[in-house]
Design a protein around this ligand. Structure first.
Ligand code: BES
Ligand code: ZN
Length: 457
């Protein structure tokens, strides 16, 4: 393994150059006009898997964007099998004028590589390709059997991924899933995520009059759907963040006293956190700490709201329609389908007869808690500890990776969330970046993990 680590160190520059090539492909999964780029990213990645030594790598069709599947079963039937999951699709770069360099022209600024997808998730998934390559050139092959499953729809709710996994259970059989799509607490403070939130996502359309009206002629006597939508939204959440939808908290698994104690021990600098978030002060449920509110409690957010006249100048209009996109972050054991139904029913029940309400469920996914005691977790702990020189801490995260629960359910395997991002990577925001030293430490950590898990297995 010493050789393998040395190989990775000697090739750092080339690895980074390759990642920059990957990042130049604007594989935005939500935008239909990016179809060709999605394909290009999948093909590019397949070729990198083959070049790294994988014996099989295919771009496999799904009902939507293809998945890239690669395999290298060199360690034999008695060795464990690791299923690496990642996503090659990225979020849209909007708003474009807030980027300091073009989102798909990866730019090195000090220790950062700035580009859409640098941290989420191209940079992190590429770590696994390069760790495998390092084994090939020094040991012939990785010390465990590797299967890699990289999807192209994660950022748009993975509509085709669950059916794909269900249809390929045998192909994907493994002992553990390994996912690098989260962050560690700080550059020199590694952490292992053991819980993620789920998500329910709805689009609401409120319709008033059948066409836009003169607000002088009709205003005051015909209900304005934008005003009404705002009134309805204001009834979804109390000023302190508590969600007011009946039944919303029924299935929420409470934090155990031990978990709250553990979470209180996590180093947390409120001022630095406010600075990083660009927020004047914190906000939310008073009975929970900031860390708990942002990771272990369910939430409700309006992601976007539109309707009526928004061009320059004034137009006196009573619009026909108002729209909002509303999402809920969920915790175990809230069911996203049930929550979407509760919200939809509640919105319908509070809408007055002067408007009609249409609700479309855009997507959803379950939250998850993973086993902290498994052999794979022990290997991950050791790998972080040796690479960073500090033991990792266990944390819950507020983001969502719905495949974790899906793998538990469909494949019967636990996941190890071995992330290498940093909290200030600006995921989904302008100027997303990857901390370059973490990219290289990530490769070393994965090398150590595969070696340790190979021995344990
Ligand atoms: N990598 C993130 C999830 C994440 C971010 C987990 C930070 C933990 C910490 C992932 O790519 C993501 O953004 N997922 C979406 C999921 C959704 C579209 C179903 C999310 O959380 O919004
Ligand atoms: Zn991601």
């Amino acid at each position: 393994m010493i050789d393998t680590l040395a190989y990775a160190r000697q090739n750092q520059e080339r690895f980074l150059e390759e990642l920059r090539e990957f990042l130049r492909i604007p594989s935005i999964s939500t935008q239909p006009e990016r179809e060709a780029d999605i394909q290009a990213a999948a093909v590019w990645l397949r070729d990198r898997f083959l070049a790294a030594g994988f014996t099989r790598a295919d771009v496999m069709p799904t009902g939507g964007h293809p998945v890239v599947y690669a395999e290298w079963m060199a360690a034999g039937p008695n060795a464990p099998t690791v299923l690496v999951y990642g996503h090659y699709d990225v979020q849209p770069p909007d708003p474009l004028d807030e980027w300091d360099s073009p989102p798909f022209e990866p730019t090195v600024k000090g220790d950062s590589l700035v580009a859409r997808g640098a941290s989420d998730d191209k940079g992190q998934l590429y770590i696994h390709v390069k760790a495998a390559e390092a084994f090939r050139h020094t040991a012939g092959a990785p010390p465990v059997n590797l299967k890699c499953l990289i999807e192209g729809e994660e950022e748009s709710g993975s509509p085709s991924f669950a059916p794909f996994v269900r249809a390929h259970r045998d192909l994907l059989a493994a002992d553990v899933a390994l996912i690098s799509d989260t962050h560690i607490l700080a550059e020199h403070l590694p952490s292992i995520v053991y819980a993620l939130r789920g998500l329910a996502y709805l689009e609401v359309t409120v319709t008033g009059p059948s066409y836009d009206l003169h607000s002088g002629i009709y205003g005051g006597a015909v209900n304005n759907p934008i005003n009404e939508l705002c009134r309805m939204i204001s009834r979804l959440q109390a000023p302190d963040g508590h969600v007011l939808i009946p039944g919303f908290y029924d299935c929420v698994r409470d934090l155990s006293p031990e978990e709250r104690q553990d979470s209180a021990k996590i180093p947390f600098d409120r001022e630095a956190w406010l600075e990083e978030a660009g927020a004047a002060t914190d906000w939310g449920e008073p009975d929970y700490t900031i860390v708990e509110r942002a990771s272990a409690r369910p939430t409700l957010d309006v992601n976007g709201i539109w309707g009526g006249y928004i061009e320059p100048g004034a137009k006196t209009v009573l619009p026909s329609q108002a729209h909002a996109k509303i999402s809920m972050r969920l915790v175990p054991d809230q069911d996203h389908k049930e929550i979407s139904r509760l919200v939809a029913d509640y919105l319908q029940s509070i809408a007055p007869p002067s408007v009609s309400v249409k609700i479309k469920v855009l997507h959803g996914g379950e939250g998850a808690i993973v086993d902290r005691e498994s052999a794979a977790m022990r290997a991950a702990f050791k790998a972080y500890s040796e690479t960073f020189g500090v033991d990792p801490v266990f944390v819950r995260e507020g983001g969502s990776i719905p495949v974790v629960a899906m793998f538990q359910r469909e494949l019967g395997i636990e996941a190890v969330l071995m992330g290498f991002g940093l909290p200030d990577d600006r995921l989904h925001s302008p100027n997303e970046k990857l901390h370059i030293p973490n990219f290289h430490r990530g490769i070393e950590t994965v090398i150590r993990f595969l070696a340790a898990f190979g021995e344990l297995g």
